[in-house]
Design a protein around this ligand. Structure first.
Ligand SMILES: *Cc1c(COP(=O)(O)O)cnc(C)c1O
Length: 345
């Protein structure tokens, strides 16, 4: 089936993706700028994202698991991949077969990698988030002796809140570690970290969200929308004044209202948080969502110009859509379903 045969489509803007990466690379100053492509490139398609960013000069890519690494297949020339969750016993065969690097997160993972005679690796240290990583004490205990560490990294818990005191505490703890742990490079900043201050960039930055058009922190401007959603009108009806629309009859027409029923719903990742809050666009005219989002259908109030079989854009600029729906920008991307006809522009 061709993408156009499907009644909802996801159009991905390859130029916007590359321009976002270029902006982040500039803001990273002398540091290299990588790309987090876990969760299938935040839902957009990791293979396509890697191909486009590698062609633009990005070298360092990050996925969460070895399954994701395997799904990427052969990487473009010069691209290298780190696997953030490190190595469980069950991952060792894939990890040792190369060419990707595990990010070692615990003493057990370090021991496993050393015992197997594994090659170059990355190491994650937890500097205050209490998520993944060695403690700073473990990192300087001699545990890492003998490892060929390419990148020493840590992850910021509150980079999206520039004034949060944990940011500077993590930066200082990480800088102290960088002096004591022999690694070729250091890396601390995710998307939001790049916008904090120049000294968070270290040698390598690891943006994800901002590449895909998310606004990672309040002051972060200049990032372009990458994913656009359109859905086709299945039926148009008029709701009489005083009559309700949709499940639960939560929305009532104040006057006779043209309602277009679109072929998209929460099974496509357009979640119920958009009920009576989101909107579609018909040639620039805002068409508010009327009532609850169904699994496969959505009702929007439309002007007379909209008819059956027309395509409407669903407003999905991430910062605004997150505000409307109460979902995070990350959830908005990674939750997009599999029913779209997908294509890159
Ligand atoms: C997901 C992830 C990133 C990217 O984070 P964004 O907030 O999407 O920029 C960077 N580093 C690590 C360790 C991650 O897990």
């Amino acid at each position: 089936m061709t993408p156009d045969a499907l009644p909802a489509r996801l159009t991905l803007d390859g130029r916007a993706l590359v321009e976002n990466w270029r902006l982040l690379a500039r803001l990273s100053g002398p540091a290299a700028c990588g790309a987090a492509v876990k969760a299938d490139g935040y839902g957009l398609g990791a293979r396509d994202v890697v191909a486009r960013l590698a062609a633009a000069g990005c070298r360092d890519f990050f996925v969460a698991t070895w399954g994701e690494a395997e799904a990427l297949g052969q990487l473009p020339d010069g691209a290298v991949l780190s696997v953030l969750h490190g190595v469980r016993e069950a991952d060792m065969a894939l990890a040792l077969a190369g060419p990707h690097r595990p990010v070692l997160n615990s003493a057990a993972q370090v021991a496993r990698w050393k015992a197997a005679g594994g090659g170059a690796c990355d190491v994650m240290v937890d500097t205050g988030m209490n998520r993944l990583g060695l403690t700073p004490e473990e990192a300087v205990s001699g545990l890492l002796d003998g490892l060929a560490i390419e990148t020493l990294m840590s992850h910021l818990a509150c980079a999206d809140e520039p004034a949060h005191p944990l940011n500077a505490r993590q930066r200082a703890a990480f800088a102290a570690l960088g002096e004591r742990v022999p690694a070729r490079r250091t890396s601390l900043a995710n998307s939001a970290g790049i916008f904090l201050a120049a000294d968070y960039a270290c040698d390598l930055t690891r943006p994800g969200l901002a590449l895909y058009g998310g606004r990672p922190a309040p002051g972060a401007e200049g990032l372009a929308q990458v994913a656009r959603i359109e859905a086709q009108v299945l039926q148009v009806r008029t709701a009489d004044a005083g009559t309700p629309v949709g499940y639960g009859a939560t929305w009532t027409a104040e006057r006779p209202t043209r309602i277009a029923i679109l072929n998209i719903g929460y099974a496509d990742g357009y979640l119920r948080g958009f009920s009576s809050r989101g909107h579609a666009l018909a040639g620039g005219v805002r068409c508010p969502v009327a009532g609850r989002v169904s699994m496969d259908l959505l009702a929007v109030a439309v002007p007379d110009t909209v008819g059956e079989r027309d395509w409407l854009e669903i407003a999905y600029a991430l910062p605004e859509a997150a505000e409307q729906s109460g979902l995070s920008q990350y959830e908005l991307l990674t939750g997009l379903g599999r029913r779209y006809g997908r294509g890159w522009s």
